[in-house]
Design a protein around this ligand. Structure first.
Ligand code: KG4
Ligand code: ZN
Length: 388
């Protein structure tokens, strides 16, 4: 079969992104316009501002992705766009643009679930590295995928039958997502937005055993496991909960009298245009660095522990870890070490493909392109879209 060039468009949250991917295996261009500067002073994404920024950015971002790929509107074979989950107003900008292009160009349009995009980022990465993914030869199923980002902490069992992929959700967060916890803790400590990357870097300078934090454990049995016929004893606690750890950090700040230092840091860093690690380090005392490292350690312990427990309970043969938080250094090292101890191969996307991007959307669209699973032009955004 001839190569297929798919133009992917992603606008589910605060990144306007477009990319061209060849046959689900090669990123030909990948443009990500981040709105961080817009949302930074609010310490989180403001949905109304996000849609406005997407509207401004979508046309130049798509044009740039085509130009970088030495493609044009006529030469691409299909378009792919994120249908959900995400912010409704933001999703609609990408969807409307993709529909208009598909209609005007008379090209097929493929609607993609954002979470499936994150999973296919792993496959895309491996195909790029190897020229092909072990998939076709030796990728063993079921694959257990941890999708861990600012909006999601989900565990999926993934299967592939000929070109079709199917997913079963076997765990999710009951409240905050893991990335949201990183962002909220960073906000409490005046460490800027998004919180994950800076907490990741600062943690290397603190003692992760200094303070004890533990994310809440979900105890009550979950009906989904009964349906799958697992015995009680085998039923792992695979749901996540991260709103309590943020409150525990707040309590730690209060009981250890850290608020004054936080206010001073906030004042000092507000004078620096784009604070770098050195600026943060200059304004963080040992106690703060220890707190940050201990928080990260607790998050990593929980994510790795529950994912590996799920892998054992469901006899997963391969592990994928993907989404913005998968960029975290300690998380990657721990997964690599502990999965290896269990003889479980583990794969991550590179850091640029871990956080939101459109290459993953174009890659996830390719199997659907092969089986001609095209969207009709009347589909709409699905803010709470489930992955099946
Ligand atoms: O996948 P993503 O770009 O967007 C969503 O779909 O949510 O993920 C963004 C999230 C943010 O919460 C950010 O703080 C987190 O990923 N993140 C990290 C790291 N890099 C990004 N969290 C921990 N360590 C990192 N290195
Ligand atoms: Zn995402």
């Amino acid at each position: 079969m001839a190569d297929a060039y798919i133009l992917g468009i992603e606008s589910s949250c605060d990144e306007t992104a477009a990319a061209v991917v060849r046959s689900g295996e090669k990123v030909v261009s990948n443009v990500v316009f981040s709105q961080i500067a817009t949302h930074q002073s609010f310490g989180g994404v403001v949905p109304e501002l996000a849609s406005r920024e997407h509207l401004k950015a979508i046309v130049p971002v798509v044009r740039e992705a085509l130009a970088d790929a030495r493609q044009n509107y006529q030469s691409i074979d299909a378009l792919a766009v994120t249908q959900g989950p995400g912010l409704a107003g933001s999703l609609l900008v990408g969807i409307s643009h993709a529909k208009a292009l598909a209609f005007a160009l008379d090209k097929p349009l493929i609607a993609v679930n954002h979470l499936e995009g994150h999973i296919h980022a792993v496959l895309l990465e491996e195909r790029q590295k190897e020229g092909f993914f072990p998939s076709e030869q030796k990728l063993r199923f079921p694959v257990l995928a941890l999708v861990v980002s600012g909006g999601h902490t989900h565990l999926y069992l993934a299967q592939q039958r000929s070109e079709s992929w199917s997913y079963e959700n076997i765990g999710h967060t009951r409240d905050d997502a893991a990335g949201e916890a990183f962002d909220k803790v960073a906000k409490l400590l005046a460490l800027g937005y998004p919180g994950g990357p800076i907490i990741d870097k600062l943690s290397a300078h603190g003692d992760p055993t200094a303070a004890k934090f533990q994310p809440s454990q979900i105890k009550h049995p979950d009906r989904r496991h009964k349906r799958q016929g697992l015995e009680n004893a085998e039923r792992p606690a695979i749901d996540f909960s991260y709103s309590g750890i943020k409150t525990a950090v707040l309590r730690y700040i209060e009981t250890h009298g850290l608020q004054r230092a936080i206010d001073e840091r906030s004042r000092a860093l507000s004078k620096v245009a784009r604070p770098k690690l050195e600026n943060y380090l200059a304004h963080c005392d040992k106690q703060t660095l220890d707190l940050v490292a201990s928080f990260q350690r607790a998050m990593v312990d929980d994510l790795v522990g529950k994912t590996l427990a799920a892998a054992r309970a469901y006899n997963a043969a391969t592990l994928f870890v993907t989404g913005g938080v998968a960029a975290n250094n300690e998380l990657r090292q721990r997964f690599e070490r502990e999965a290896a101890m269990e003889g479980l191969p583990v794969y991550f996307p590179s850091r640029p493909l871990s956080t939101d991007n459109a290459a993953m959307i174009a890659a996830a669209a390719y199997p659907k392109f092969l089986i001609r699973q095209f969207a009709s032009l009347d589909f709409s955004a699905e803010a709470g879209m489930a992955l099946k």
